[in-house]
Design a protein around this ligand. Structure first.
Ligand SMILES: O=C(O)CCC(=O)C(=O)O
Length: 274
C-alpha cells in the first residue's frame, strides 16, 4: 500500500518530485503539531535558562552570526533563529526528534519511509536528517537552493539520499508554501549566488533557468518527496497563521546522520501516534 506507482516513479525521474495528499489524518497531525510545539518550547526555555538542564551541561551554545542569520546549538539541535529578532522564534531546528518521541514516530512511519526506500532501491533505510521548519506569521523566506551541494560535505552516500516535506498546516502561497522548480534535479549542482556573503554559496542562481516554478500549496498532512538536487525555496509567511513543516531525509541503513554523525536506522512499522 505504500508502494510508489509507475506514474509517481516516472514523475520523480522526469521532474524530481511527486506529492501525496493528506497522508496523515487530522488526529495524527494534532499529535505531531503538539510535538513540534513542545520541541520549540523546550528550545526557547533552554535558551532562556529555564527547563531541565542537560546532564552533559552543554545544552546551550553561543550565538553565531553568519551574514544576517543567527545560529545556536541548543539541546543537541542546530537552531536557526528568525531573521527578525522581534519575532523571538525559531526558524528551523535540526536534528529535532531527540526533543519529542512523537517525532521519532513519524520517522519510523512506513507511509513516509517506504516510498523513499523504493526510490533509493533499499529494503530499509537510516535517517539522514530531520528538521522542523516553524514558519510563524512573518517568518522569513528561504532563498532558492538545492540540498545536494549543501549535503555534499558530510553525506556518506549522497547519491542515495532522498528527502521529503510533511506539511503540518495547510500550506498556501500566502503563508509561504514550498516552491519547487520541476526538472532542475537533472542539472546536478548549479551555480550559487555571487556577492551574497557567506551564505550565498548555499543559494542557487536561478536566472539562467527556463523551467517555471511551481507552488506546492497542499493541505496539512500532505507529503512531497524530492530529489536532493531539485531547486526549491519559499516566501515570507504573510498570514497570521503558522506554516509548520517537518522535513526528513533518508539514506541506506547503517550510515551516519548529517550533522551529529550518529546512526539511526528505521525502527518499526508503527504508524505515527495521534
Ligand atoms: O520550509 C520551507 O519553507 C523551506 C524548506 C527548505 O527549503 C529547507 O529547509 O531546506
Amino acid at each position: 500500500m505504500h508502494e510508489i506507482t509507475p506514474e509517481e516513479r516516472d514523475q520523480f525521474e522526469r521532474l524530481g518530485f511527486f506529492t501525496r495528499l493528506s497522508v496523515f489524518s487530522e488526529t495524527e497531525l494534532a499529535g505531531i503539531r503538539a510535538a513540534a510545539e513542545n520541541a520549540h518550547q523546550r528550545v526557547l526555555d533552554a535558551a532562556d535558562g529555564k527547563g531541565e538542564p542537560d546532564p552533559g551541561g552543554d545544552d546551550v551554545g553561543p550565538v553565531a552570526q553568519v551574514d544576517n542569520q543567527k545560529y545556536q546549538e541548543i539541546l543537541g539541535s542546530t537552531i536557526k533563529w528568525e531573521w527578525d529578532d522581534d519575532l523571538r522564534a525559531v526558524r528551523s531546528m535540526e536534528p529535532v526528534f531527540q526533543l519529542d518521541d512523537r517525532l521519532a514516530g513519524v520517522i519510523d512511519d512506513p507511509r513516509i519511509w517506504k516510498p523513499c526506500a523504493e526510490i533509493v532501491g533499499c529494503e530499509t533505510l537510516s535517517l539522514f536528517s530531520d528538521k522542523l521548519n516553524v514558519k510563524r506569521p512573518g517568518g522569513a523566506p528561504f532563498p532558492w537552493h538545492q540540498e545536494g551541494p549543501y549535503w555534499a560535505y558530510g553525506a556518506e552516500d549522497l547519491e542515495r539520499v532522498v528527502t521529503l516535506i510533511l506539511y503540518l498546516d495547510d500550506a498556501t502561497v500566502d503563508n509561504g508554501c514550498l516552491w519547487i522548480i520541476p526538472g532542475t534535479h537533472k542539472y546536478g549542482a548549479l551555480e550559487s549566488l555571487k556577492d551574497r556573503g557567506t551564505l550565498g554559496r548555499l543559494y542557487t542562481d536561478v536566472d539562467a533557468l527556463e523551467e517555471e516554478p511551481l507552488a506546492l500549496d497542499l493541505p496539512a498532512g500532505s507529503v512531497g518527496f524530492f530529489h536532493r538536487d531539485i531547486v526549491h525555496g519559499s516566501q515570507t509567511n504573510r498570514t497570521d497563521q503558522n506554516r509548520r513543516a517537518y522535513l526528513l531525509a533518508y539514506q541506506p541503513s547503517g550510515l551516519s546522520q548529517w550533522r551529529n554523525g550518529q546512526k539511526r536506522d528505521i525502527r518499526s512499522e508503527s504508524p505515527a501516534r495521534g
